[in-house]
Design a protein around this ligand. Structure first.
Ligand SMILES: NC(=O)c1ccc[n+]([C@@H]2O[C@H](COP(=O)([O-])OP(=O)(O)OC[C@H]3O[C@@H](n4cnc5c(N)ncnc54)[C@H](OP(=O)(O)O)[C@@H]3O)[C@@H](O)[C@H]2O)c1
Length: 248
Protein backbone atom coordinates (compact mmCIF):
# COMPACT_ATOMS: atom_id res chain seq x y z
CA UNK A 1 0.00 0.00 0.00
CA UNK A 2 1.35 3.42 -0.97
CA UNK A 3 1.70 5.73 2.01
CA UNK A 4 1.36 8.91 -0.07
CA UNK A 5 -2.23 10.05 0.35
CA UNK A 6 -3.10 7.07 2.58
CA UNK A 7 -5.68 7.71 5.31
CA UNK A 8 -4.29 6.63 8.70
CA UNK A 9 -5.71 6.68 12.23
CA UNK A 10 -3.11 6.56 15.04
CA UNK A 11 -4.64 5.73 18.41
CA UNK A 12 -2.24 6.71 21.17
CA UNK A 13 -0.67 9.45 19.05
CA UNK A 14 -0.08 11.34 22.32
CA UNK A 15 2.49 8.73 23.39
CA UNK A 16 6.19 8.54 22.59
CA UNK A 17 5.99 5.79 19.97
CA UNK A 18 2.55 6.72 18.57
CA UNK A 19 3.59 10.36 18.22
CA UNK A 20 6.69 9.40 16.24
CA UNK A 21 4.65 7.13 13.94
CA UNK A 22 2.04 9.84 13.36
CA UNK A 23 4.66 12.49 12.59
CA UNK A 24 6.64 10.25 10.25
CA UNK A 25 3.50 9.16 8.40
CA UNK A 26 2.50 12.79 7.84
CA UNK A 27 6.02 13.62 6.64
CA UNK A 28 5.74 10.80 4.11
CA UNK A 29 2.47 12.12 2.72
CA UNK A 30 -0.20 10.23 4.66
CA UNK A 31 -3.35 11.98 5.90
CA UNK A 32 -3.23 11.28 9.64
CA UNK A 33 -6.00 11.51 12.21
CA UNK A 34 -4.55 11.35 15.73
CA UNK A 35 -6.44 10.04 18.77
CA UNK A 36 -5.32 10.26 22.38
CA UNK A 37 -6.34 10.84 25.97
CA UNK A 38 -4.33 13.94 26.94
CA UNK A 39 -6.01 16.97 25.40
CA UNK A 40 -2.92 19.22 25.34
CA UNK A 41 -0.61 16.61 23.80
CA UNK A 42 -3.31 15.66 21.29
CA UNK A 43 -3.62 19.27 20.11
CA UNK A 44 0.16 19.42 19.66
CA UNK A 45 0.23 16.19 17.62
CA UNK A 46 -2.71 17.34 15.49
CA UNK A 47 -0.76 20.52 14.68
CA UNK A 48 2.37 18.48 13.95
CA UNK A 49 0.55 16.22 11.45
CA UNK A 50 -1.57 19.05 10.03
CA UNK A 51 -4.91 17.49 10.95
CA UNK A 52 -7.90 19.73 11.65
CA UNK A 53 -9.63 16.68 13.17
CA UNK A 54 -8.55 14.67 16.21
CA UNK A 55 -10.32 12.47 18.74
CA UNK A 56 -10.03 12.18 22.50
CA UNK A 57 -10.95 8.96 24.23
CA UNK A 58 -10.26 6.96 27.38
CA UNK A 59 -9.52 3.25 27.35
CA UNK A 60 -12.39 2.61 29.76
CA UNK A 61 -14.98 3.90 27.26
CA UNK A 62 -15.06 0.85 25.01
CA UNK A 63 -17.96 2.12 22.89
CA UNK A 64 -15.99 5.26 22.08
CA UNK A 65 -12.88 3.15 21.37
CA UNK A 66 -14.76 1.03 18.83
CA UNK A 67 -16.21 4.18 17.20
CA UNK A 68 -12.82 5.90 16.63
CA UNK A 69 -12.11 4.31 13.25
CA UNK A 70 -15.60 4.94 11.88
CA UNK A 71 -15.41 8.60 12.84
CA UNK A 72 -11.95 8.93 11.29
CA UNK A 73 -13.29 7.32 8.09
CA UNK A 74 -16.17 9.81 8.00
CA UNK A 75 -13.72 12.67 8.27
CA UNK A 76 -11.22 11.32 5.73
CA UNK A 77 -13.73 9.87 3.26
CA UNK A 78 -12.51 6.32 3.99
CA UNK A 79 -9.70 4.70 5.95
CA UNK A 80 -6.70 2.68 4.79
CA UNK A 81 -4.84 1.88 8.02
CA UNK A 82 -5.17 2.02 11.81
CA UNK A 83 -2.42 1.69 14.40
CA UNK A 84 -3.06 1.29 18.16
CA UNK A 85 -0.13 2.36 20.35
CA UNK A 86 -1.73 2.84 23.78
CA UNK A 87 -0.45 1.04 26.83
CA UNK A 88 0.19 1.08 30.56
CA UNK A 89 2.55 -0.95 32.74
CA UNK A 90 2.77 -1.91 36.40
CA UNK A 91 5.43 -3.86 38.24
CA UNK A 92 5.29 -6.39 41.05
CA UNK A 93 5.56 -10.09 41.75
CA UNK A 94 2.47 -11.89 40.47
CA UNK A 95 1.22 -12.70 43.98
CA UNK A 96 1.46 -9.03 45.01
CA UNK A 97 -0.22 -7.13 42.17
CA UNK A 98 -3.68 -5.95 43.31
CA UNK A 99 -6.73 -7.02 41.29
CA UNK A 100 -7.59 -3.40 40.37
CA UNK A 101 -4.14 -2.97 38.81
CA UNK A 102 -4.54 -6.21 36.85
CA UNK A 103 -7.96 -4.98 35.72
CA UNK A 104 -6.47 -1.64 34.65
CA UNK A 105 -3.76 -3.30 32.56
CA UNK A 106 -6.32 -5.59 30.93
CA UNK A 107 -8.50 -2.56 30.11
CA UNK A 108 -5.72 -0.39 28.64
CA UNK A 109 -3.56 -3.08 27.01
CA UNK A 110 -6.15 -5.58 25.81
CA UNK A 111 -9.84 -4.57 25.94
CA UNK A 112 -9.42 -1.03 24.59
CA UNK A 113 -7.06 -1.96 21.71
CA UNK A 114 -9.38 -4.85 20.81
CA UNK A 115 -12.38 -2.49 20.80
CA UNK A 116 -10.51 0.01 18.59
CA UNK A 117 -9.44 -2.75 16.19
CA UNK A 118 -12.95 -4.25 16.07
CA UNK A 119 -14.18 -0.90 14.76
CA UNK A 120 -11.12 -0.58 12.55
CA UNK A 121 -11.76 -3.90 10.80
CA UNK A 122 -15.24 -2.65 9.87
CA UNK A 123 -13.95 0.73 8.67
CA UNK A 124 -10.82 -0.26 6.74
CA UNK A 125 -11.35 -1.38 3.18
CA UNK A 126 -9.91 -4.53 1.53
CA UNK A 127 -6.17 -4.20 0.95
CA UNK A 128 -5.82 -1.99 4.04
CA UNK A 129 -4.07 -2.74 7.32
CA UNK A 130 -4.55 -2.57 11.07
CA UNK A 131 -1.95 -3.02 13.79
CA UNK A 132 -1.18 -2.78 17.47
CA UNK A 133 1.87 -2.59 19.70
CA UNK A 134 2.32 -5.41 22.21
CA UNK A 135 5.95 -5.93 23.27
CA UNK A 136 8.73 -8.50 23.28
CA UNK A 137 7.48 -9.38 26.76
CA UNK A 138 4.87 -11.64 25.06
CA UNK A 139 7.74 -13.92 24.01
CA UNK A 140 9.88 -13.57 27.11
CA UNK A 141 8.60 -13.74 30.69
CA UNK A 142 10.15 -10.91 32.71
CA UNK A 143 10.19 -10.93 36.51
CA UNK A 144 7.79 -8.34 38.00
CA UNK A 145 5.97 -7.81 34.69
CA UNK A 146 3.52 -10.74 34.89
CA UNK A 147 0.29 -8.70 34.81
CA UNK A 148 1.61 -6.55 31.95
CA UNK A 149 2.69 -9.65 30.02
CA UNK A 150 -0.70 -11.32 30.54
CA UNK A 151 -2.55 -8.29 29.17
CA UNK A 152 -0.27 -7.99 26.13
CA UNK A 153 -0.50 -11.74 25.49
CA UNK A 154 -4.30 -11.41 25.43
CA UNK A 155 -4.02 -8.75 22.73
CA UNK A 156 -1.45 -10.83 20.84
CA UNK A 157 -3.80 -13.82 20.79
CA UNK A 158 -6.66 -11.69 19.47
CA UNK A 159 -4.43 -10.30 16.71
CA UNK A 160 -3.41 -13.80 15.60
CA UNK A 161 -7.03 -14.83 15.16
CA UNK A 162 -7.93 -11.56 13.43
CA UNK A 163 -5.03 -12.12 11.00
CA UNK A 164 -6.37 -15.55 10.07
CA UNK A 165 -9.87 -14.23 9.58
CA UNK A 166 -8.81 -11.23 7.48
CA UNK A 167 -6.85 -13.20 4.88
CA UNK A 168 -9.88 -13.42 2.60
CA UNK A 169 -10.20 -9.62 2.60
CA UNK A 170 -6.46 -9.03 2.19
CA UNK A 171 -6.43 -6.80 5.26
CA UNK A 172 -3.04 -6.91 6.97
CA UNK A 173 -2.92 -7.41 10.75
CA UNK A 174 0.37 -6.26 12.26
CA UNK A 175 1.72 -6.92 15.74
CA UNK A 176 4.73 -4.88 16.86
CA UNK A 177 6.81 -6.32 19.71
CA UNK A 178 9.42 -3.72 20.67
CA UNK A 179 11.94 -4.23 23.45
CA UNK A 180 12.30 -1.64 26.24
CA UNK A 181 12.28 1.79 24.54
CA UNK A 182 13.51 5.16 25.78
CA UNK A 183 10.08 6.82 25.76
CA UNK A 184 9.69 7.03 29.56
CA UNK A 185 6.91 4.42 29.41
CA UNK A 186 8.35 2.14 32.13
CA UNK A 187 9.07 5.14 34.37
CA UNK A 188 5.35 6.06 34.17
CA UNK A 189 4.27 2.69 35.64
CA UNK A 190 0.86 2.93 37.30
CA UNK A 191 2.01 0.77 40.25
CA UNK A 192 5.06 -0.98 41.65
CA UNK A 193 8.75 -0.26 41.66
CA UNK A 194 10.63 0.06 38.39
CA UNK A 195 13.01 -2.92 38.18
CA UNK A 196 16.59 -2.47 37.05
CA UNK A 197 16.38 -2.31 33.25
CA UNK A 198 18.98 -1.94 30.52
CA UNK A 199 18.98 1.43 28.74
CA UNK A 200 15.95 1.70 26.49
CA UNK A 201 16.39 1.46 22.73
CA UNK A 202 15.91 4.51 20.52
CA UNK A 203 12.18 4.59 19.64
CA UNK A 204 12.72 6.35 16.27
CA UNK A 205 13.82 3.25 14.28
CA UNK A 206 10.96 1.34 15.87
CA UNK A 207 8.45 3.98 14.78
CA UNK A 208 9.81 3.78 11.23
CA UNK A 209 9.73 -0.03 11.25
CA UNK A 210 6.17 -0.14 12.58
CA UNK A 211 4.99 2.32 9.93
CA UNK A 212 6.84 0.47 7.16
CA UNK A 213 5.50 -2.86 8.41
CA UNK A 214 1.92 -1.61 8.50
CA UNK A 215 2.07 -0.36 4.92
CA UNK A 216 4.00 -3.40 3.65
CA UNK A 217 1.44 -5.84 5.08
CA UNK A 218 3.93 -7.36 7.56
CA UNK A 219 2.58 -9.60 10.32
CA UNK A 220 5.21 -8.96 12.98
CA UNK A 221 7.83 -6.38 13.80
CA UNK A 222 10.11 -7.71 16.52
CA UNK A 223 13.76 -7.38 17.56
CA UNK A 224 16.31 -8.92 15.28
CA UNK A 225 17.39 -12.20 16.87
CA UNK A 226 21.03 -11.07 16.55
CA UNK A 227 21.21 -7.93 18.68
CA UNK A 228 17.74 -8.02 20.26
CA UNK A 229 17.25 -4.28 19.66
CA UNK A 230 17.08 -3.60 15.92
CA UNK A 231 13.54 -3.89 14.52
CA UNK A 232 12.90 -6.50 11.89
CA UNK A 233 9.66 -7.13 10.01
CA UNK A 234 8.49 -10.57 8.97
CA UNK A 235 5.81 -13.19 9.16
CA UNK A 236 4.55 -14.77 12.35
CA UNK A 237 5.79 -18.21 11.17
CA UNK A 238 9.31 -16.92 10.49
CA UNK A 239 9.44 -15.29 13.91
CA UNK A 240 8.41 -18.53 15.62
CA UNK A 241 11.19 -20.45 13.86
CA UNK A 242 13.72 -17.73 14.76
CA UNK A 243 12.83 -18.27 18.44
CA UNK A 244 13.45 -22.03 18.44
CA UNK A 245 16.28 -23.06 20.77
CA UNK A 246 19.63 -22.57 19.11
CA UNK A 247 18.30 -19.96 16.67
CA UNK A 248 18.81 -16.91 18.94
N1 LIG B 1 8.42 2.08 25.87
C1 LIG B 1 8.66 0.78 26.06
O1 LIG B 1 9.61 0.39 26.73
C2 LIG B 1 7.76 -0.22 25.41
C3 LIG B 1 8.22 -1.53 25.18
C4 LIG B 1 7.41 -2.46 24.58
C5 LIG B 1 6.12 -2.11 24.22
N2 LIG B 1 5.67 -0.84 24.48
C6 LIG B 1 4.30 -0.51 24.09
O2 LIG B 1 4.38 0.54 23.14
C7 LIG B 1 3.18 1.30 23.18
C8 LIG B 1 3.53 2.77 23.22
O3 LIG B 1 4.19 3.05 24.43
P1 LIG B 1 5.14 4.33 24.58
O4 LIG B 1 6.50 3.83 24.79
O5 LIG B 1 4.85 5.27 23.48
O6 LIG B 1 4.62 4.91 25.97
P2 LIG B 1 3.92 6.28 26.32
O7 LIG B 1 4.67 7.43 25.76
O8 LIG B 1 3.70 6.26 27.81
O9 LIG B 1 2.50 6.22 25.57
C9 LIG B 1 1.41 5.52 26.15
C10 LIG B 1 0.15 5.87 25.39
O10 LIG B 1 -0.95 5.16 26.00
C11 LIG B 1 -2.00 6.08 26.25
N3 LIG B 1 -2.80 5.70 27.41
C12 LIG B 1 -2.38 5.24 28.60
N4 LIG B 1 -3.44 5.02 29.41
C13 LIG B 1 -4.55 5.35 28.68
C14 LIG B 1 -5.94 5.32 28.94
N5 LIG B 1 -6.46 4.95 30.14
N6 LIG B 1 -6.80 5.72 27.97
C15 LIG B 1 -6.32 6.12 26.76
N7 LIG B 1 -5.01 6.16 26.45
C16 LIG B 1 -4.15 5.77 27.41
C17 LIG B 1 -1.29 7.41 26.50
O11 LIG B 1 -2.23 8.44 26.32
P3 LIG B 1 -2.01 9.93 26.94
O12 LIG B 1 -0.54 10.25 26.78
O13 LIG B 1 -2.88 10.76 26.03
O14 LIG B 1 -2.46 9.88 28.35
C18 LIG B 1 -0.20 7.35 25.44
O15 LIG B 1 -0.74 7.76 24.19
C19 LIG B 1 2.39 0.77 24.39
O16 LIG B 1 1.45 -0.17 23.94
C20 LIG B 1 3.44 0.04 25.20
O17 LIG B 1 2.88 -1.00 25.97
C21 LIG B 1 6.46 0.11 25.04
Amino acid sequence: MDIVGARLLVVGATGGLGGLVAGLAADRGARVVPAGRDVGRLAAVARRVGSPFSQTFDAYDLDRCSALAGRAAEHLGGLDAVLVAIGAVAFGRVEDVPAEIEEHLMAVNALAPIAVLRGALRAVGGGGAVGAVTGIVVERPTASAGAYRASKAALSGWLETARLEQRGRAVGVLEARPPHLATGFAERAVAGVLPRLPAGSDPAPWAAAVLDGLFAGAELVRPDSGDGRTPRAGTAARAASARRPGRG
